[in-house]
Design a protein around this ligand. Structure first.
Ligand SMILES: C[S@@+](CC[C@H](N)C(=O)[O-])C[C@H]1O[C@@H](n2cnc3c(N)ncnc32)[C@H](O)[C@@H]1O
Length: 423
């Protein structure tokens, strides 16, 4: 029996992860438990995940290289292309020694065109093949964002796709900067930004539940709502609970609703770790009723997730604009129903982690046409980090390229609305 090269299991798991996303349209996070089940060492698990994630970040450019070295383009889904993608990303982006890349790539071409893979790899590595300075944003998103936001934003998106973004934490109480390394910065009260990498479980305050991981843009909708102690607030699409925890930490009496049992379990785990509380409800937000209307409702609606591509590059390959119609209709129905649950004169915050106008700006404009008396409000001072300004109508749109000098932020749309007073 020939010895298998060291490091083969983590490469095999990386391949499984890439195939889960591109063949089975599974989210990378969801594919992890199965793909990594036989890998115990945390470093090896991290390696598998990094390889798959980087391959997704650089996919169009890796494919261009592969196509440049074959007479006829391999089919998009060909196993040989999959193996070449993970091999090339290791050699070029991760700077893995070439002999290790080749030795761990060839056994992955089970019964496939091993000679072809070997020849393509050998040629590209010998030629010193390189990737562009920054990843090319995949279509159809690049074309759509060009039309919506312009070339600069598409460029900034590509730049921010190159590497995992910094780690943002939201604190339950005061942030003690001195406990963290010198590299930490704070862009808003209760926020801390650390360089990416490392295990979050090893950071100070994890066990004590002092904070949770949340991109600064994702923390803005709950800040925009300005929850006050004792207020009754409905978090209408709550799981896994980043915003529920912010509302609860402010002392509000929070009802956290979601239609996913599994995601509500995660929300409960998060509440337990942080020692925060909320009443959990598993229900379809379009049908939920309450005896008393709420002082405020936060609707962080299900969406394409295109705004979080820096953290989850798989969304660029999983989501299709053609499939957004259903989601847009769901958002409209949730928004209409949310409005019925707000007391007269109360407030409603709508948000989506999306770069699609149809899910943000256009969704809100259509709601305001349908709902007479509702008004959009301008955010209070101090809600936004320095460098971000609300749009003239009061809504907030975060885009690739915003706060670039400080590490950027995810793409969100959000708006705060005031319900009409009773007539
Ligand atoms: C963007 S995520 C919410 C993230 C969450 N607000 C946070 O900050 O952690 C959207 C959520 O909507 C939930 N959802 C989807 N359709 C729903 C529906 N009809 N009713 C209630 N929740 C729904 C999903 O299960 C998902 O957890």
């Amino acid at each position: 029996m020939t010895d298998l090269p060291a490091g083969l299991p983590s490469r095999r798991a990386a391949l499984t992860l890439l195939q889960a996303v591109l063949w089975r349209h599974q989210a990378l996070e969801a594919a992890l438990p199965r793909a990594l089940r036989k890998i115990e060492n945390p470093a090896d698990r991290g390696l598998s995940r990094s390889i798959a994630s980087l391959a997704l970040r650089w996919l169009p450019d890796l494919d261009d290289l592969i196509d440049s070295a074959t007479d006829r383009n391999l089919p998009e889904e060909a196993p040989a292309r999959m193996v070449l993608r993970i091999a090339l990303v290791q050699a070029i982006v991760m700077k893995t020694p070439h002999h290790a890349v080749v030795a761990t790539a060839l056994p992955l071409v089970d019964g496939g065109p091993r000679r072809l893979v070997h020849a393509v790899l050998a040629r590209l590595l010998k030629e010193g093949a390189e990737l562009p300075e920054q990843p090319t944003m995949p279509d159809p998103w690049a074309t759509r964002w060009f039309a919506s936001w312009g070339e600069e934003v598409v460029d900034a998106a590509g730049l921010s796709l190159a590497a995992p973004p910094p780690l943002d934490l939201t604190f339950k109480g005061q942030v003690d900067l001195s406990v963290f390394e010198d590299m930490a910065i704070s862009l808003l009260p209760g926020h801390l930004r650390l360089p990416s990498g490392g295990r979050i479980e090893d950071l100070p305050g994890f066990e004590a539940g002092d904070w949770w991981v949340q991109d600064i843009a994702a923390s803005l909708p709950a800040r925009l709502l300005q929850p006050a102690a004792g207020e009754r607030i409905l978090d209408m699409a709550a799981a896994p609970g980043g915003k529920t925890m912010q509302l609860s930490a402010a002392g509000a009496d929070v009802t956290a609703l979601d239609d996913s049992e599994i995601r509500l379990e995660r929300l409960q785990e998060n509440l337990t770790r942080t020692g925060l509380t909320a009443t959990l409800v598993e229900a379809d937000g379009r049908k939920f009723t309450a005896d008393t209307p709420y002082d405020a409702v936060l609707l962080d609606a299900p969406c394409s997730g295109t705004g979080i591509f820096r953290r989850h590059p798989d969304v660029l390959h999983l989501r299709k604009p053609t499939r957004m119609k259903e989601t847009i209709a769901l958002q409209a129905a949730l928004l209409d129903h949310a409005a019925t649950l707000v007391r007269p004169g109360g407030r409603l915050v709508y948000s989506v982690c999306s770069l699609e106008r149809q899910e943000g700006e256009m969704q809100l404009a259509a709601f305001l046409e349908r709902a007479p008396g509702w008004q959009m409000e301008v955010p209070a001072t101090g809600i936004l980090p320095a460098g971000l300004t609300p749009r003239p109508d009061g809504s907030i749109r975060t885009l690739p390229g915003d706060l670039a000098d400080q590490g950027g932020l995810d793409g969100f749309y959000m708006a705060r609305l005031r319900a009409p007073q009773a007539v």
